[in-house]
Design a protein around this ligand. Structure first.
Ligand SMILES: Nc1ncnc2c1ncn2[C@@H]1O[C@H](COP(=O)(O)OP(=O)(O)OP(=O)(O)O)[C@@H](O)[C@H]1O
Length: 758
């Protein structure tokens, strides 16, 4: 059959499937509308039923049962609606581009043809029109080359003969491109996808997943999956595809709420928010490290890594570096833990529990309880026993106070409604001592803040405890004087309700250790993007906080913008050491997809010889270097360049080293409506000419990038290399480097490329 005829046949099939999808969407819309009105009815009914009987004491029990039943009905109706909604979303995702792949196989002598798309579609007879890309057999499409291949089945590995692999690019139900290929995914379609201009949101790569990316996506065995991938190699894309894959693979046991992604900043969270919905899945939870810590250390303002970088990006004294490296290590946390248990006579720092302005339990009383515990027990054990004693004392107090006059008087003063509410809430049956029970419940409600304070360990001060341990630490990193100054500085910080990131992590770890808390066993997967920004202490804390979670850690050792000025050890080596007892799988991605070959090759030159990147064969403009002799020429040249680029590209990002430089560039724009100064508060990236420090552009990409002032002064030596590399690799189609006076020695261009402007 000629290629034309084949295409005609394939187009016929697309038309046919498209029609079926449309019909199914129509039906799904009708079903959903019906279900919605049904839910409305049940909800109204529930509302009426719950109101009617609560005042009639005799009807209480009946009301309770009926309320439960109604609640269950509402729950089922809402659940049903959610399922219909999700099915409809999946169909809508297929609309216009129902599938992207086809495999022809021979299995046990039988021929079969399978089409692969974002989700499964069956016709009315139950035949598969489209296979979900995550189905075990679909793995062949991404992994296998023609010939004998295998795929996992519930009963073991199945062998098939792969006869053909065909790729489609279908837009608005028209086949735009179609290729038969032996590779994972042939270059032609990838070329076409990568040539597109940048978008506000990252797109799914489901149709063009590459072989090594597929390994990351489908890994289900590793405790720790560690990916070192060069800039633009699809790490973030792979995370999102992997989440979708895991949700499918473990659909009966895993939900999106049990997955957390630690993302570098809010802009990034928004940037990636569309991928999972486009694959028919809900987004996982997303949090930045600072948000995560702030939620756990309420009332304390934790310094962000960005703020710290702005303060001491360069010229950090050696003593500071040494102290910082120690406090960022996993050993530091272990040392704190060991020290805590060393002095058996040490009394923890307790606090009064204040109730209605007066101490309910004084710290002396709490200390006495702690002191009376057997010192042979560990500190956490003695803490727990203290806490339990306090809870018992509270319960005793409730039993004691219930007959007090003031309590009886308060109960007499309760409105009928409140009185009934206590009976209903606590399911109190009628009996002779009903009034005492009511008094007890009333007191429990009244004393709830005390109970809450006990449960949440508010009677213990982890900050003072941390400072105490620091002051008793035997360290030979810096002189005692410098160490003491550091402790004093933390003390001042705590007074002002502030803490650095390192101290916050250490305090949290210590608090969790002593109080045996802070553990979330329900989370099954943790993903961390930009892992090079994390310290081993942070990773140790995260894995302690989520003991049942498998970790997927992705990063690029060459994009260490925030800590390369002082860190001396490779992050990948450190992670391997930290998780030495776990099943760690390490995967490298060396091919970059984001940028044109010219940009990738240019950026690659900035790195040491050992870390060369493989460029994807997408052609584009050669990067331009412009050196201006004086400051006035510089800013004029920079602005002209941005304006020119903006005629061709919708987004042009001027990337600077830090916030101060971004503000400086912004100040040179007389008319502010022409540009946007993007700050840490931004939640989405606007179009046009943008100015932002590189750390806010982490993980993002832009059509055109201008690197601001790549002068010898601004990027003097190899410690600036990561920053420069990260800036250059944000560009998809066009990269311009502007420098004032002398060019940075890091930039080595073939002599014909620099376009000197005088
Ligand atoms: N298999 C693929 N098919 C199509 N596009 C891809 C593929 N892999 C990566 N890309 C594209 O390459 C670009 C870079 O991908 P991504 O942001 O996931 O890389 P990254 O490794 O996280 O980058 P960085 O570390 O530089 O932030 C994105 O536009 C993404 O859509």
């Amino acid at each position: 059959m000629s290629l034309n005829e084949t295409k005609k046949d394939e187009q016929k099939r697309v038309d046919n499937v498209a029609e079926i999808i449309n019909d199914k969407i129509q039906k799904a819309t009708d079903d959903l509308a019906k279900a919605h009105s049904e839910t409305g009815k049940i909800e109204r009914n529930y509302g009426e039923n719950t109101k009617v009987n609560t005042f009639e004491v005799d009807d209480q029990m009946e009301t309770n049962a009926s309320v439960q039943q109604q609640k269950q009905l509402v729950y089922l109706a809402v659940e049903n609606e959610n399922i219909l909604e999700s099915n409809k979303l999946k169909l809508e995702n297929l609309q216009g581009s129902p599938y992207f792949g086809r495999i022809d196989i021979v299995e046990d002598g039988e021929k079969d043809t399978l089409y692969i798309g974002t989700s499964t579609l069956q016709d009315d007879d139950g035949d598969f029109l489209i296979y979900d890309w995550r189905a075990p057999i679909s793995g062949i499409y991404y992994n296998g080359t023609l010939g004998k291949v295998s795929y996992p089945t519930p009963t073991g590995t199945a062998e098939v003969d792969l006869k053909r692999k065909r790729q489609f690019q279908i837009i608005q139900n028209k086949i735009k491109n179609m290729f038969d290929t032996n590779e994972t995914v042939g270059d032609e379609i990838l070329q076409s996808v990568l040539s597109e201009y940048s978008d506000e949101y990252l797109k799914s790569i489901v149709a063009t997943i590459q072989h090594e990316q597929n390994t990351i996506i489908r890994d289900t065995h590793s405790d720790v999956l560690l990916v070192q991938g060069v800039a633009g190699s699809g790490k973030t894309s792979a995370i999102l595809q992997r989440v979708a894959y895991l949700l499918y693979h473990s659909r009966s046991t895993l939900s999106a709420d049990q997955i957390i992604l630690f993302s570098p900043n809010r802009l990034f969270s928004n940037y990636i928010s569309e991928v999972l919905p486009s694959l028919g899945e809900r987004n996982m939870r997303q949090v930045t490290l600072n948000e995560f810590i702030s939620l756990r250390l309420t009332g304390i303002q934790v310094e962000t890594l960005f703020e710290r970088y702005e303060k001491d990006e360069r010229n950090l004294p050696e003593t500071m570096v040494n102290m910082r490296l120690y406090k960022e290590s996993a050993d530091f946390l272990t040392d704190l833990e060991n020290l805590e248990n060393k002095n058996k006579n040490h009394l923890l720092y307790f606090e009064d529990i204040i109730f209605e302005g007066r101490p309910f339990f004084t710290k002396e009383e709490i200390s006495d309880i702690f002191e009376s515990q057997n010192k042979a027990f560990s500190i956490p054990d003695r803490f727990l026993k203290t806490k339990n004693t306090l809870i018992k004392r509270l319960q005793k107090r409730i039993r004691h106070d219930r007959d007090d006059d003031w309590v009886q008087a308060e109960i007499d003063n309760l409105s009928d409604e409140d009185f009934q509410q206590i009976i209903t809430d606590h399911k109190i049956e009628e009996s002779t001592n009903q009034r005492s029970i009511i008094a007890e419940e009333f007191l429990k409600d009244r004393y709830a803040p005390i109970y809450n304070a006990l449960i949440n360990n508010y009677f213990f001060d982890p900050y003072k405890e941390y400072l105490y341990l620091l002051s008793h630490m035997q360290q030979d990193i810096v002189s005692q004087k410098i160490w003491d100054t550091m402790i004093e500085a933390i003390d001042h910080n705590v007074e002002a309700h502030k803490l650095s990131l390192n101290d916050a992590i250490a305090t949290l770890y210590l608090r969790d250790y002593i109080t045996d808390s802070g553990i979330n066993g329900g989370i099954q997967h943790i993903f961390i993007d930009e892992i090079q920004d994390y310290t081993m202490a942070q990773l140790k804390y995260i894995s302690h906080a989520f003991p049942n979670a498998k970790l997927t850690l992705l990063g690029d050792r060459s994009q260490d913008v925030l800590t390369s000025a002082y860190r001396n050890k490779d992050v990948i080596t450190s992670i391997n050491e930290l998780f030495a007892k776990k099943h760690v799988t390490m995967i490298s991605l060396n091919q970059s997809y984001r940028s044109t070959a010219e940009i990738t090759n240019f950026a690659s030159q900035l790195l040491p010889d050992t870390e060369k990147i493989k460029a994807f064969s997408r052609k584009g403009e050669v990067p331009t270097v412009k050196v201006f002799p004086a400051e006035t020429d510089y800013y004029k040249g920079l602005k002209d360049t941005a304006r020119e680029l903006n005629k061709k590209y919708e987004t042009v990002a001027i990337l600077t080293r830090n916030q101060a430089q971004a503000e400086q560039v912004y100040a040179h724009y007389g008319d502010e409506s022409l540009v946007t100064l993007v700050t840490a508060d931004y939640r989405s990236v606007p179009k046009g000419i943008l100015i932002l420090p590189i750390y806010l552009a982490k993980g993002l990409e832009f059509d055109a990038v201008i690197a601001h002032n790549v002068s010898a002064e601004n990027y003097p030596d190899s410690r600036s290399r990561d920053t420069l590399y990260t800036i250059c690799t944000r560009a998809m189609h066009s990269l311009t480097l502007c420098a004032e006076k002398e060019l940075s020695p890091l930039i080595k261009m073939p002599t014909e490329i620099p376009e000197k402007v005088n």
